[in-house]
Ligand binder design. Structure first.
Ligand code: C5P
Length: 235
């Protein structure tokens, strides 16, 4: 008999966040008295369907040991890598030590602290019987332009069916590990997990996510995230 698939999360958290221009990596900046990273972990660890979380942390990260993780069960630590895709692959390989190849993995950026439980539940419900898996995204709202390296506009891109890819991105552990490994072997440094699955010739499913699931990237994103967290607590 087929054992029921479980749900895990892998959280790449080994970036330096150069666009933030802050003294600490962006996942360690403070929002409402807690780090961005703690907010993210509490959303993932606190989800009733999540069996456990693997975080990928930079070697020599001196902020990680200072977090108070006593409220969180079942967090495992993998080594971060040179790029996000290396960090995710390290996390998946560690997870393979105790999860089944058929289990689902929700890869989620540490820098997205406003992920709402409803989005996680909705994504699991939508994809649990899907043959490939998929990702949260938002249809592009602005007009899209491509420029030269000197910022001269070369073209306007038709935004029909164009999406911003968010996280979580949810795939089977074995399939995603294999797809990421192949993408890296082929010299393809994918910037998200779905790209590796697409590189393997498969079609991830796009699911409309919430607009408040922002990635902390620029200084102004911190106050926006504070506002979203406050708003979510009220509802
Ligand atoms: O830099 P960016 O915002 O695209 O990073 C997305 C996520 O990937 C962040 O949570 C960051 O910490 C993580 N990352 C990583 N290892 C890297 C680079 C980024 O885990 N080498």
């Amino acid at each position: 008999m087929n054992k029921q698939s479980r749900y895990w999360s892998v959280v790449p958290a080994a970036g330096v966040g150069s666009r933030m221009a802050a003294a600490v990596p962006k996942q360690y900046l403070t929002l409402h008295g807690k780090t961005v990273f703690e907010h993210t972990l509490s959303r993932l660890c606190g989800h009733p369907q999540m069996s456990g979380v693997v975080v990928a942390i930079s070697v020599g990260d001196e902020h990680w040991p200072q977090l108070d993780l006593s409220d969180f069960d079942n967090i495992h630590v993998a080594e971060g890598g040179a790029e996000r895709c290396h960090s995710v692959l390290n996390g998946l390989q560690l997870l393979s030590g105790f999860a089944a190849a058929n289990d689902w993995v929700l890869v989620h950026d540490a820098a997205r602290p406003c992920i709402h439980h409803n989005d996680i539940t909705m994504m699991i419900d939508a994809l649990k019987d899907h043959p490939v898996g998929g990702l949260l995204g938002l249809p592009v709202a602005d007009t899209m332009k491509r420029t030269s390296g000197e910022n001269d506009v070369l073209e306007t891109i038709n935004r029909d069916n164009l999406w911003r890819a968010l996280t979580p991105q949810m795939f089977r552990l074995g399939e995603l590990t294999q797809a990421l490994q192949t993408a890296l072997d082929d010299g393809f440094l994918v910037t998200d997990d779905a790209s590796a699955i697409e590189h393997a010739g498969l079609r991830p499913r796009m699911i409309v996510g919430r607009g408040d699931n922002i990635k902390i990237t620029r200084p102004e994103d911190l106050s926006l995230a504070e506002m979203y967290l406050a708003q979510q607590e009220k509802n």
